[in-house]
Design a protein around this ligand. Structure first.
Ligand SMILES: [Fe+2]
Length: 329
């Protein structure tokens, strides 16, 4: 068993790389590399790239990659029967990889030694003065991405330029898989990557079986995201969505207005989830895949005890837009 450092990337096949790049740029990602056959997009963090689109005749989900802590982790994973040997990675950034496939055939890569890039300059999160803690003192919120105008405003000594722009997608946080055998797939990930269950999802009024498990990394006492992966029992195989963290609520709201103004398709948002607590905003990429902005998600140590949650898809929203009943189907 290993313990990955992070979720490294999600990988898709799409028929039009130009269209995909236009959308992902508006969504807040930045081109890291582009070849005739593939598009590599990065976030503002140091990861070389976090979203990959390969050119293909029709769209599809390929899989995801985990960044491992050591080369020895790759050697451990290469011993599993369906795994490739440790081999040089084929993508920009280099390093080495082991390629595996889940029981449903979804490609999962473990990578080590990929080059990093200098982080991009980003806006610092806006301090939020709640009713008790008011840490923003002698300072004002100035969201630089508001789309409703171009007029410079003079405030004191500052000129504030309102302008349209994408948010900054900082990093890849999690992805969600539809699988044919929930229990087998959860075990598959746990045996290879040591993932811990954060919460179990069951339909309303039922005591079992579990149809969804939120999984997180085991980094001991160091808090990690509530989930890096959600495994959902389904009658089809593929990705439900992938999700990218942004700085704060202003980033979510600004991106929402910007993506609407650019004519892209809203899926569900803005709202706050139940399990994981994220403030979410789901969009559809040009090929029908859901991509999510999120902020203010739960983090948990290895001590967190999973809960069992009964509910429908729409009941997974605490406030804001409720997904339709077929959201998870
Ligand atoms: Fe999500």
């Amino acid at each position: 068993m290993t313990s990955p450092l992070a979720l490294a990337q999600v990988t898709y096949e799409v028929p039009d790389l130009d269209l995909q790049e236009r959308f992902l740029t508006d969504f807040g990602l930045v081109r890291a590399a582009r070849t005739e056959d593939a598009l590599y997009m990065r976030g503002a963090g140091a990861a070389h790239h976090i979203h990959v689109s390969r050119r293909a005749d029709r769209q599809g989900f390929v899989g995801a990659s985990f960044e491992m802590a050591t080369r020895a982790d790759l050697e451990i994973l290469a011993r599993f029967p369906e795994a490739s040997p440790v081999r040089p990675a084929s993508e920009p950034g280099g390093g080495e990889e082991v390629v595996m496939h889940t029981p449903d055939g979804v490609e999962i890569r473990a990578i080590f030694g990929r080059a990093t890039q200098p982080p991009l300059p980003t806006r610092a999160p806006n301090g939020f003065n709640n009713s008790i803690e008011k840490g923003r003192v002698d300072a004002s919120v100035r969201w630089q991405g508001h789309p409703n105008g171009w007029q410079p405003q003079t405030i004191g000594q500052d000129t504030w330029q309102r302008r349209l722009k994408p948010c900054e997608a900082l990093r890849l946080g999690h992805f969600v898989l539809h699988v044919r055998n929930h229990d087998e797939t959860v075990r598959w990930f746990q045996m290879r990557f040591g993932l811990l269950a954060s919460d179990y999802f069951l339909p309303t009024g039922e005591v079992g079986p579990v149809v969804g498990t939120f999984l997180r990394f085991d980094h001991g006492a160091t808090p990690v995201d509530h989930h890096v992966l959600l495994v959902l029992q389904s009658n089809w195989v593929g990705v439900h969505h992938c999700s990218f963290e942004v700085a704060d609520l202003d980033a979510i709201m600004g991106a929402h207005e910007y993506l609407l103004a650019r004519g892209w398709t809203l899926d569900c948002g803005i709202g706050r989830h139940m399990l994981g607590s994220q403030i979410f905003d789901y969009w559809k990429d040009p090929f029908g895949f859901r991509v999510e902005h999120y902020t203010d998600g739960d983090v948990a140590t290895a001590d967190y005890v999973p809960t069992r949650y009964n509910g429908t898809a729409s009941q997974t929203t605490q406030w804001g837009m409720e997904p339709s009943l077929d959201f998870f189907q």
